[in-house]
Design a protein. Structure first.
Length: 385
């Protein structure tokens, strides 16, 4: 019997690989001879570095970089040595969770640290990059990141513009004389599920600026500055297209990657499924197991477990999912390839108790054991549910 698990992290409770190993433990109690292949799963956001690095025999790296407020932060990222790939979450260097509510102000927050992480990975030999760009605190159009990579973003006096969106107000010239030479050898897969353009009513300033601390007047100004920046970039860099879907992601970081690097913006789950070659494992499986911390109607709209289910149904496989809790419209997941899903909470406890790592792993293993026993008794037929 061959079972493949690909479970998203139960945030705050279990990592992707911990969840998969807990399922394997439960299955082996019922069937010691079962082959359980534990594969990592993430959607390109929080947890992607941990999942891909641990699940693909990579190594964790730590580097001190410039945080969103200009003060040092430690950013952790992963390197998969076999393919020379760096796995980075921009939020580790410029994320909104690094900025307290009272200090949120996109006029001053910078992506410079993101460029420093990329630079560190290049120095360590990486030329392929997987970068999740969700959860940013910034609206600087990626100018900070590009400055860290050697681009000159200069004011009328030839000085580098200041950090943050306010720097774009005084931007006069973009130069590339001092860009890291290795950058032209680098390829970037950017995990981006946002389709907003750079400017306008659906641009990054209007849609995401307020949650980063922008006032209505700041939104208007930043949108104008980003438009001027895009026009200036377009005179020298032919790929500049501020209307392209995703250019507004992470406060314009999507635009920076598409314009100044060899990058593609893709669905986060698509990148993860391809990079982990999950389809190859599913093709030969008898049973596929997925899941996430909470399953609800949002899950059915294309989150990681649905990506797994889609691959599994391509080969006619039964798909079981485990979840910490179910929310509104969770049953819609059954319409998108998940044959049955099972909450793992086994008795009445506090949320704190349920979230404890050891408790969560035990609950998942115990639930997986019983579900597997039922599945095996029914010879794998979905009708047993």
């Amino acid at each position: 019997m061959k079972i493949v698990t690909a479970i998203d992290s139960f945030k705050g409770s279990m990592t992707s690989m911990e969840a998969g190993r807990a399922v394997a433990e439960g299955i082996h109690r019922a069937d010691a001879g079962a082959e359980v292949l534990v594969r990592p799963l993430a959607d390109g956001g929080e947890g992607t570095v941990e999942a891909l690095t641990s699940g693909m025999n990579g190594s964790r790296q730590q580097v001190q970089v410039t945080g969103p407020l200009g003060t040092p932060v430690i950013c952790e990222y992963g390197i998969i040595e076999a393919s020379g790939t760096a796995v980075i979450e921009m939020a580790g260097a410029a994320g909104i969770t690094l900025v307290s509510d009272e200090k949120r102000n996109p006029l001053y927050t910078t992506t410079y640290g993101v460029g420093e992480v990329i630079r560190d990975a290049i120095k360590k030999g990486c030329r392929r990059f997987i970068i999740g760009i969700g959860g940013s605190a910034t609206n600087d159009g990626g100018s900070g990141m590009l400055q860290a990579l050697g681009y000159g973003f200069l004011d009328k006096n030839g000085n580098q513009i200041p950090f943050g969106a306010r720097g774009l107000k005084v931007l006069e010239t973009i130069t590339e004389a001092h860009v890291l030479p290795e950058l032209k050898e680098c390829r970037f897969r950017i995990a981006c599920d946002v389709t907003n353009s750079l400017c306008g009513e659906q641009g990054c300033s209007a849609v995401f600026g307020p949650q980063k601390g922008a006032t209505p007047s700041m939104v208007v100004e930043m949108d104008q500055w980003l438009g001027n920046y895009a026009a200036l970039a377009g005179k020298k860099f032919p790929k500049a297209d501020p209307k392209k879907a995703g250019t507004g992601a992470a406060g314009g970081l999507g635009f920076a990657f598409l314009t100044f690097t060899d990058a593609v913006l893709e669905s986060g789950i698509k990148i993860v499924l391809e990079e982990t070659r999950l389809e190859e494992y599913i093709r030969e499986a008898d049973l596929v197991i997925t899941g996430e911390g909470q399953m609800d109607g949002q899950t059915a709209m294309g989150k990681a477990p649905i990506g797994v289910a889609g691959l599994a149904k391509k080969y006619g496989k039964t798909v079981i999912a485990f979840t910490g809790a179910t929310g509104v419209d969770a049953e819609k997941c059954n319409e998108h390839g998940i044959d049955a899903f099972f909450p793992i909470l086994r008795n009445v406890v506090t949320l704190e108790e349920a979230m404890k790592n050891e408790n969560a792993k035990r609950n998942l293993a115990d639930t997986a054991e019983q579900v597997y026993r039922l599945w095996r008794a029914g010879t794998g037929s979905v009708s047993v549910f």
